[in-house]
Write a protein that binds this ligand. Sequence first.
Ligand code: PEP
Length: 256
Amino acid sequence: MDQGRGRAVVRKLAAGNWKMNGLRAEGVALAEELRRHCAATLPGCDLLICPPATALTAVGAALTGSPIGLGGQDCHEAPKGAHTGDISAAMLKDAGCTTVILGHSERRADHHESNALVQAKAVAARAAGLAVILCVGESLAERDAGHALAVVAQQLAGSLPPGLDGATLAIAYEPVWAIGSGRTPKAAEIAAVHGRIRRELSGRVPDPAAVRILYGGSVKPDNAAALMAVPDVDGALVGGASLVAADFWAIAQACA
Ligand code: PEP
């Protein structure tokens, strides 16, 4: 059991979000380097990388037979149709993805994605057979105003559809001000938010203890072990450091 908190230990998850970085050849080279590090499944951690859509098929081919999973960074809420430039959940599945990141703060900011839209996307992802990494997190102004817990709870309530469980859902707590900034919240602040997320999951999923709650925002090799030791932190969603195979591997090992 996990530190006497009555929770069975879950396998952690280290997920790399490459964002809009990497042409196919660069993505394949990065995947191959990561694969050389990760010859076998880590004892306590699953690995997932989420390349740009254009590199999914090539990176997926480079990962064939490896324990590293493939994920998308977003999907449309409709199964198909006249949505120029978008990608459906079924297309991600067809490209070899098992999982999709939804509600990332960059999508919420750059594309004005609402909680309701993120929820519709999660429904579409599940209909296509994808697991969901659902992102939540407060802005700096919201944290400074003392509203971090309420904001995260509200995002969760608004964007989590019914019908998901520990096998099909992970939550990523990503304070917006920590992403790409080199700053991270204090351990107690992360523990407070993750604990609140766990409580909010009660009544919304059948197995709240089994849902992995990832921390994301400036996770690096030198802070990963400390972040993974925070109660209720079940892995990491990694941006910048996932673009360097040795760094992402070091983070994965800290998770394991
Ligand atoms: C992210 O955007 O999901 C992220 C965690 O980025 P970074 O690790 O670069 O802060």
